[in-house]
Design a protein around this ligand. Structure first.
Ligand code: SAH
Length: 358
């Protein structure tokens, strides 16, 4: 059956569910196909995005997230301007060709201006060479436009779950956490001209395989350029932690996440897909597995230790040792799985490039 679906490439929701159910032997067939599709369409190259966790202040109260507004445990910080500039200098000096600026959601003018300044600095310091992805939540369209004009060219905003009912069980039910707004914001980012990335959490309480299959079809339908998705990891002191008994085992969440990456690669042959930190957090080497089965992006964390410890979206059981996240360590890990880390090249989504040049 698995073989038949893969051969006919008939990826209906029903068939995607069957593929998600594949056992350990069967899943190898999926992985073989997804890795060869990747090799054929985008080659076995991995691009890096140095992650800067700019601030953990957040106006949102997402029920799963460790930096949600109502959580009093994290010490709140925003990296001061000079420190951000220093981090950008380090990214450039280390040879990274792209950075990701991520933070909790904040719409204060000071915050927006701080991002403006970081963009201006990054572009100036690198002579326009540093690629910049933003991951700063829902903002006014004018803000998205302003950052785009200052040089941000990729934006990550996860839909979290494309099933509105499930979305509503993992967010407070109020205006500030609306499924429709999230969709609208994704559309705005596209209209402005960003390469748009989205993604979902995998293994949420009450999430079904039909939901995950629906997520894959949603990404295809929305015609995304990039994807970052990974396992849901319980964050203590959050409301969703009370449902921890309802989630699949760690092993199953890793299995499902790898299958989701592989299946998305089958559906969207030339987009950028990240092998996420959350995956690595659950199982050592899972990040390499993610690359093997279809992902092509890794986001090493460049946030200074003093801040990094307070940016806890979830419980980092086996936090990545910083020495595992150096350029040379990643190069070594990638060589082990037959991939080459590309330096000095943005590695923009080929899917996006094809769309815009056609
Ligand atoms: N505020 C920004 C970016 C920070 S959160 C935004 O909302 O886009 C980045 C992502 O971390 C979220 O989109 C969510 O999918 C993920 N995340 C948050 N809590 C998590 C958890 N407990 N387990 C796994 N992923 C989580």
């Amino acid at each position: 059956m698995i073989k038949y679906i893969l051969n006919t490439e008939n990826y209906t929701k029903e068939n995607l569910v069957k593929l998600l159910q594949a056992n350990l032997q069967e899943r190898e067939l999926i992985f073989e196909k997804s890795s060869s599709i990747k090799e054929e369409h985008i080659a076995n190259k991995v691009y890096l995005r140095a992650l800067i966790e700019f601030s953990n202040h957040c106006e949102k109260d997402c029920l799963y997230c460790g930096i949600r507004k109502s959580n009093s445990s994290p010490k709140r910080y925003t990296i001061p301007q000079e420190e951000i500039y220093k981090t950008i200098d380090i990214a450039i000096a280390k040879g990274y060709s792209s950075i990701v600026i991520q933070a909790g959601e904040c719409k204060e003018p000071e915050f927006i201006e701080a991002i403006d300044n970081a963009l201006i600095y990054a572009k100036d310091q690198s002579g326009g060479k540093l690629g910049i992805t933003l991951s700063l939540g829902e903002q006014e369209k004018s803000t998205y436009k302003r950052w785009f004009d200052l040089g941000g060219h990729r934006y990550l905003l996860r839909i979290e779950s494309s099933n509105k009912q499930l979305f509503e069980t993992i967010h407070p039910r109020n205006e500030n956490h609306s499924f429709e707004t999230r969709l609208q914001k994704l559309k705005e980012l596209k209209e402005i001209g960003y390469q748009v990335g989205t993604g979902v959490m995998i293994g949420l309480p009450n999430q079904t395989l039909e939901d995950l299959a629906g997520d894959l079809l949603f990404m295809k339908e929305f015609d995304i350029d990039m994807c970052g998705m990974g396992p849901y990891i319980v964050s203590p002191d959050t409301p969703l932690a009370k449902l921890a008994h309802k989630i699949p085992s760690e092993e199953s969440r890793v299995d499902l996440s790898l299958k989701m990456i592989a299946l998305l690669r089958l559906l969207m042959k030339d987009i950028n897909i990240a092998s996420t930190t959350a995956l690595q957090t659950l199982t050592d080497r899972a990040r390499e597995e993610g690359i093997k089965v279809g992902a092509n992006i890794i986001m090493p964390n460049l946030t200074a230790v003093d801040f990094k410890d307070s940016y806890k979206l979830y419980n980092k059981k086996t936090d990545l040792k910083s020495h595992d996240d150096t350029l040379s360590a990643i190069e070594e890990q990638m060589t082990r799985v037959g991939h080459k880390v590309e330096i000095g090249n943005w590695g923009d989504s080929i899917h996006f490039q094809r769309k815009t040049t056609n």
